[in-house]
Design a protein around this ligand. Sequence first.
Ligand SMILES: C[S@@+](CC[C@H](N)C(=O)[O-])C[C@H]1O[C@@H](n2cnc3c(N)ncnc32)[C@H](O)[C@@H]1O
Length: 316
Amino acid sequence: MSKNDYWDLTNRPHTKLKLEIYKKYLDSWCAIFLNQKYYEEVFIVDCFAGRGEYKEKGDRADGSPLIAVKAAKKFQDDFDNKKIKNKRNFKIKCRFIDENKKYCKSLEKLLAAYINDVDFQIINDDFNNTIGDVLKEIGYKPVLFFIDPHGIKSLKKKSVLSIVNKPGAKDILLNYINEGVVRIAGLAKKCMDKKAKDITLKEIKTITNLTDFVGDECLEIIDSSDVEFLEYYVENILKSNNENVNSKNKLDVIAFNMPYPNKSDTIYYLLFASRNKNAIKIVSQVYAKSKESNLKGQRSFFGPKEQLKLHNNFKV
Ligand SMILES: C[S@@+](CC[C@H](N)C(=O)[O-])C[C@H]1O[C@@H](n2cnc3c(N)ncnc32)[C@H](O)[C@@H]1O
């Protein structure tokens, strides 16, 4: 077992917790749409789907696409057994995007068992290239986006804006990789102090990654703390469409911080955006409950009370 193997959960309690939070929210999300008679077709889009499974102490564990397909099957079966008045149909369509060919092949194999039960599609492409077509297919239908990149390099502001601007109901669970932002912002800051002729091509690429992620203006806030950077991201990207829509459609955003064990730094923030007040309430509860659980025997630095305080910072 390698400590650096991303697909081995044994030493990655923070990845495990992220998947648990995703699963818990997905179950509530599916239940909400199952019970609403107007919605006969909804979508789950996993924008950085991965290979479909992890290892854990010699066993296997579901990756996010398996979690989604199992939820889709369960809630479609519930619909068939339940009969909801004036609702003729209920389908949860899953779209999985990953640019890695090998991972898509692995996913195809793992999902084969669900081919007759769930409408799923594996899209082997760069998320930033393909998200426009996925959004066209979805139109006004409700959708849950799971955005879980390795770092900030592959997550471009323009793509997240296209999701935020999608008309109709959308919920977004976005893994904001704080350690990546801090590292790349630090490198970019060093470059700002250099003479233009001394900046290397590699450094220019690094700055471009940051501006693609957060926009050109981010260089003006390069000296900010990581929380200020996060607030900037929330206000200028996730909530950027709020000024164009009525109060019913404004996105509210809450954050869950995942600290390193033994340190006060944050690995990532799991940001949740939704216009639905009940969804925000459900995820706040899932976040607060997750804070009560131990991470590999480590109690987290932010308890449920501090977590609620953090939520309040991100209210619309
Ligand atoms: C953190 S992993 C996803 C893990 C997955 N959500 C899970 O929990 O099972 C990130 C994935 O994004 C993929 N990836 C990286 N850059 C990408 C891009 N530009 N477009 C689509 N996928 C990308 C990688 O191949 C990797 O599988």
